[in-house]
Design a protein around this ligand. Structure first.
Ligand code: M6R
Length: 619
């Protein structure tokens, strides 16, 4: 949550920080602020409640000139969104400013102690304890030792924190540090300039060489370069990685919203996900770093998939893929539950963590638990070099390109595609997939991007979803039902609708309707049913009949030439016919477009839905 962007170098820092924060606003948009060391050597603070545009206005009216500074966009944890709770937080004598991403779990006891030491608090935040502690250690430690004071301060914090510190006593530098799973801290190495950001979109326009801080590390950034060390006080060199994202990839381009862009670019993102991995001639998939050899795969007794939100729903479908193709029992667990459940794992368990951002706090903790119990770990992750990718023995990058919209879309279809590839790879290693099945599946995977492109083109040209939204945006509750491979799609479709249009929606296994939810059916409760012609098609049709018999409205995802279904339902959301394992990857796309158009129709903020942030780096 929260986005940080800091800069040291020859350029004017305020516009750089504002533009960097703009790219990080998906991480939080409750308030924003910046601290800049001005030409007068003083720290200048600007802050505003609400979205970044408000901070821009403040800076326009009251410009700050300087070449060293740091900014922050907040997702509130402690204290409501307001100017006084916006970061940076400053020491009483305006000597230090601190921005933080994370939580100070022991902030109450620290605040009591600091108050006893004479510090007055100007905000309700946990972060303010950090700046006062820093001030205390700086003035009660070795002379003018900012680094030492940062180390002493972080040693007192409980909980994950990524911080950046700026001080007027050390005007040519920023100190960035990270403890625990506090989200990314990417240090950009430029020519005569250095920068720090919570995520690459903020700095990809300026640098290619990036170093990520691990927990317990800090970096001292100056225009001349960056020095790295750990909180024990050791100094060492760190090897940079080269970033291959283009700056355009993080721009909205001709689209109105990032979510719209990310939905409509799925033919491309799926092409990228499959690139270099499908061997059509050999009828196989090639995953560079599965992290398991043939003998380890053969010994697997169980797979546990763990994730949050949309990634969890991808896991629900992954269970079907792996059980059916690799014949291993699979459990799917919310990462936030798994980590505290004292799960039973063994060296013959494979734990697959799915995470777009690679920095979701619960998912990272779940990976650590798996490693503590010596299970194999595999990350399916979109942000390359993210913490999840660095932690796990195996990594399958989604290769979907940056996803900025808070509502995940293209990362979902890419993670499903990765799960299918993992299932095929495991099936091959374990000899559970016959040649004919594998050949057909691999060939069909090659058709996936084209099928998605055709579906999206038809959706764009027909204008069907905008029209549907005009009719359906007035309803307050929706049921989404699916069976088998499409149960996960029902769950994801419902999540998309609720998170961006604030309409209550629940995803159910269709077979459960008679056990309770059917009581909800009446003319004001539309049902979205996944009715493609697969092995449970007849069962789904019966379910639709039962809803219609109770005067319920039904929107069905089905095939355009399915006359029987078309006649039965109130609206048909068409998907092409294809292999049953590919079908759900396509079936979610109409539900993404439907949710997008519904949100537009209701005037909701599609890319920045209320109360949400894209990367959930705190518990
Ligand atoms: O980055 P992750 O995949 O770990 O994120 C998990 C969830 O926070 C995320 O999928 C969330 O549910 C999205 N808002 C869904 O659109």
């Amino acid at each position: 949550m929260c986005g940080i962007m800091g800069y040291v170098g020859p350029r004017a820092v305020a516009p750089l920080v504002l533009n960097g924060l703009q790219q990080l606003e998906y991480r939080g948009y409750d308030s924003a602020g910046m601290a800049v060391i001005g030409a007068d050597g003083e720290l200048h603070i600007r802050r505003a409640e609400g979205k970044l545009v408000n901070l821009r206005t403040v800076v326009e009216h009251s410009p700050v000139v300087g070449c060293v500074g740091v900014g922050h966009t907040r997702w509130a944890t402690h204290g409501p969104p307001s100017e006084r709770n916006a970061h940076p937080h400053i020491s009483p004598d305006q000597e230090f400013a601190v921005v933080q991403n994370g939580i100070v779990e022991n902030f109450a006891e620290l605040r009591t102690r600091l108050r006893e030491l004479g510090y007055a608090f100007a905000s309700d935040t946990d972060t303010e304890t950090i700046v006062h502690l820093l001030h205390y250690h700086y003035h009660n430690g070795s002379d003018a030792d900012l680094e030492g004071a940062v180390r002493a301060t972080l040693a007192e914090l409980r909980g994950p924190s990524a911080v950046v510190v700026v001080s007027r006593a050390h005007p040519g530098q920023l100190i960035a540090a990270r403890v625990g799973n506090a989200g990314g801290v990417a240090i950009g190495l430029g020519a005569g300039e250095s920068m720090v950001a919570s995520d690459l979109p903020a700095i990809v326009e300026h640098v290619r060489e990036v170093v990520y801080l691990e927990s317990g590390e800090f970096a001292v950034l100056t225009a001349a370069g960056v020095e790295f060390g750990n909180l024990a006080g050791d100094r060492y060199a760190k090897q940079p990685v080269t970033v291959d994202w283009s700056p355009e990839a993080v721009e909205r381009g001709p689209y109105d919203h990032f979510m719209q862009k990310e939905i409509y670019e799925q033919a491309q993102s799926l092409t990228d996900t499959l690139r270099g991995r499908l061997d059509l001639a050999g009828a196989t998939v090639r995953l560079e770093k599965l992290g398991l050899d043939r003998s380890q795969a053969a010994k697997l007794e169980r797979v546990v998939i763990t994730a949050c939100g949309t990634s969890y729903y991808a896991g629900l479908l992954g269970k079907h893929y792996i059980e059916r193709l690799a014949r291993i029992p699979v459990e799917v667990d919310y990462a936030g539950e798994f980590r505290y459940r004292d799960p039973v794992l063994s060296p013959n368990t494979l734990v697959i963590a799915i995470t777009q951002s690679g920095e979701t706090a619960d998912t990272l903790a779940a990976i650590e638990e798996a490693q503590r119990q010596d299970a194999h770990t595999l990350a399916i992750v979109n942000v390359v070099n993210s913490q999840a990718a660095r932690l796990c023995a195996g990594v399958v990058p989604m290769q979907a390109g940056p996803e900025i919209g808070v509502a995940s879309t293209k990362a979902f279809t890419s993670s499903l595609t990765c799960l299918l590839m993992v299932a095929v790879a495991l099936g091959e290693l374990r000899a559970t997939l016959d040649d004919a099945q594998r050949t057909a599946l691999v060939a069909e995977m090659g058709r996936l991007p084209g099928l998605a492109g055709g579906l999206l083109e038809e959706a764009r040209k027909s204008g069907r979803y905008a029209q549907l939204a005009q009719t359906y945006a007035r309803y307050h509750n929706f049921l989404y039902i699916g069976r088998g491979l499409h149960y996960a799609i029902a769950r994801e479709g419902a999540l998309k609708l609720k998170e961006i249009s604030y309409i209550h929606a629940e995803g159910y296994p269709a077979g459960e309707m008679k056990h309770g939810p059917i009581a909800l059916i009446e003319p004001n409760m539309p049902t979205v049913a996944l009715c493609v012609q697969d092995r449970v098609y007849d069962k789904m049709l019966s379910q639709v009949q039962q809803v219609k018999a109770r005067n319920g409205l039904v929107l069905a995802v089905g095939h355009a030439d399915d006359a029987l279904l078309a006649e039965m339902v109130d609206a048909l959301l068409p998907v092409p016919r294809c292999n049953e394992f590919i079908m759900p990857i396509l079936a979610v796309i109409p539900l993404q477009i439907f949710a997008y158009e519904m949100a537009l129709q209701r005037g909701a903020d599609v890319d920045q839905p209320r109360n949400l942030a894209k990367s959930v780096t705190v518990e």
